[in-house]
Design a protein around this ligand. Structure first.
Ligand code: ADP
Length: 227
């Protein structure tokens, strides 16, 4: 399996707090990785550093072998838009836009004309069980539906890596289970790697690997076989 995203010797400090104390990690194509650990252990900092949102104080992040941690802000934000997709806990959809335009937005930001972007966006609705909801605004969607629209939006540009930070944190258990099942299966089918921060062991169990983070370090690393 070829490595999509790699990090070596990642260190990040906030004042006297060491959020990352030397993390090494490799993520392969079709890999899905859950990052778990106690609150304050460095999970979000790790996700944000891998995704080029936070710059490490030391160490390197490589996408397909090319360093990205030292890119200028403009190149880094273009890379995030094109090569990465993001799913957050909630509140990421624009309330005034129909679902299909929310999904089309990253494509339009890349210069795809509106009509073609919406047409491409609509292709994600059936695989995510959202058929018929294309014209609904986020306020007219359930929490689980809105999260599936957010997943469609994260996948719209056919990214190399999808990053999800507590993607089921605002959902009840059953809805969260359905959302994570779709997140992992549709991301894998698209050919993207997946990195999920979660405190929920049921969510992590859908991922191929689980990393435990403690005090800014990887404390254990388990390999699962996803059936
Ligand atoms: P987790 O996601 O596991 O809860 P974080 O990565 O958010 O952990 O935080 C790791 C440590 O870094 C914590 O001690 C947190 O308080 C600190 N930290 C994170 N972000 C910042 C920031 N922007 N400014 C100051 N301290 C921060």
């Amino acid at each position: 399996m070829s490595t999509v995203l790699a990090a070596y010797g990642l260190v990040k400090k906030y004042g006297s707090t060491t959020a990352l104390a030397g993390v090494d990690l490799e993520i392969g194509e079709h890999d899905s990785l859950a990052i778990m650990g106690p609150s304050g252990s460095g999970k979000s900092t790790l996700l944000h550093t891998l995704a080029g949102i936070v710059r490490p104080d030391d160490g390197r992040v490589l996408l397909h072998g090319d360093r990205i941690d030292d890119l200028g802000e403009n190149r880094l934000s273009a890379l995030r838009r094109r090569r990465f997709g993001f799913v957050f806990q909630f509140g990421q959809l624009l309330p005034e836009l129909p679902a299909e335009e929310n999904v089309a937005l990253p494509l339009m930001l890349e210069g795809v004309p509106r009509g073609r972007a919406v047409e491409r966006a609509r292709r994600w609705f059936a695989p995510l069980g959202l058929d018929g909801l294309e014209k609904r605004r986020p306020g007219q969607l359930s929490g689980g539906q809105a999260q599936r629209v957010a997943i469609a939006r994260a996948l719209a540009t056919e990214p190399d890596v999808v990053f999800a930070d507590e993607p089921t944190g605002a959902l009840d258990q059953r809805t969260g289970e359905e959302v994570v099942r779709l997140l992992t299966s549709v991301t894998r089918a698209q050919g993207a790697a997946l990195v999920v921060v979660t405190h929920d062991a049921d969510v992590a169990a859908h991922c191929g690997r689980i990393l435990q983070v403690r005090d800014g370090r990887i404390s254990s690393h388990s390999q699962y076989t996803v059936g």
